[in-house]
Write a protein that binds this ligand. Structure first.
Ligand SMILES: C[S@@+](CC[C@H](N)C(=O)[O-])C[C@H]1O[C@@H](n2cnc3c(N)ncnc32)[C@H](O)[C@@H]1O
Length: 274
């Protein structure tokens, strides 16, 4: 596939908007071409036109999901966005622990991709409970995504750690990882035991439970304002009173103050359910 014809790109934009609520911005056909290349190869399709013709045909199971995965890009990083982890450790967990000492905190890591963000949340919460004895008993993380392949990687918990993973300090590596004989690192059993991975589409109405904290970043940016509003409504419904939403600014939409008290932290704003 060399280039995407303008008419095919527009048809792809319309399909993603109408069938999935995903906004593919104008003028990014090269990006779409790069991301969809492996999908076309795996499904033996020659062009975007071919792909569009087969997307909703019976017998093409997994094609639509593969396109959504490719466009919304399943990738994550260790301790991604320092601001999220500062808000969690400096405001959210101390506030919850102060109100209810000895509590078991439930955290929803929404759109977790291949797990690094969700394990980082469990690691940060464990550091907090270890450094503040008597504050919280533990924090459990439910991590959800639509991508089955990303969830498989997440459950395996086996990663390469490189020089770019600067937040995995030697101390964290020693405390939270085990080296693997064949190469690479696996998240330690105690952290793995705190994180459950589950398939869940945020566009569907199902709520996976009740939580004290919901964390979602780098996922809703692909969706229309209407879809984001609906998803944010579900996050609100899933939070316990006084629970917190921590979300990237590209996730948020409209006026949050009707439902949340914005808590200004040095690194950003966390939203506490009213
Ligand atoms: C770029 S990754 C972000 C991962 C992680 N939150 C982070 O910031 O490191 C975006 C993830 O959102 C997931 N995603 C996109 N749309 C979704 C939906 N409707 N329901 C659940 N997950 C979705 C994708 O599968 C992908 O794994």
């Amino acid at each position: 596939m060399e280039t995407i014809k303008t008419s095919d790109y527009q048809a792809l934009q319309i399909y993603l908007r109408d069938a999935c609520g995903i906004l593919l911005r104008d003028g990014a056909p090269d990006l779409a071409r790069r991301r969809l290349r492996p999908v076309l190869d795996n499904h033996q399709l020659a062009s975007i036109q071919d792909l569009l013709g087969r997307l909703d045909r019976p017998g093409r199971s997994g094609l639509k999901e593969a396109v959504i995965d490719a466009i919304t890009m399943s990738e994550s990083r260790w301790f991604r966005e320092a601001s999220v982890f500062s808000m969690l450790g400096d405001q959210v967990l101390p506030d919850i622990a102060g109100r209810d000492p000895g509590k078991r905190v439930a955290i929803w890591s929404a759109a977790c991709s291949n797990g690094q963000e969700s394990y980082s949340i469990a690691m940060a919460a464990s550091e907090f409970t270890e450094q503040n004895s008597g504050s919280l008993v533990e924090a459990r993380v439910l991590a959800t995504d639509t991508s089955r392949s990303a969830l498989e990687v997440a459950r395996r918990a086996h990663y390469e750690l490189g020089p770019e993973d600067t937040d995995i300090t030697p101390l964290r590596k020693e405390r939270f990882f085990r080296s693997i004989e064949k190469g690479g690192w696996q998240v330690s059993p105690d952290i793995r035991a705190l994180v459950e991975f589950r398939e869940l589409n945020l566009l569907q109405r199902t709520l996976p439970g009740k939580f004290d904290v919901v964390i979602c970043q780098n996922a809703l940016v692909y969706y229309s304002a209407q879809k984001r509003k609906a998803i944010l409504g579900r996050f609100h419904a899933a939070l316990n009173p006084g629970g917190y939403l921590i979300a990237g600014s590209s996730e948020l939409t409209g006026d949050m103050t009707e439902l949340y008290e914005p808590i200004a932290c040095p690194s950003g704003t966390a939203y506490r359910k009213k």
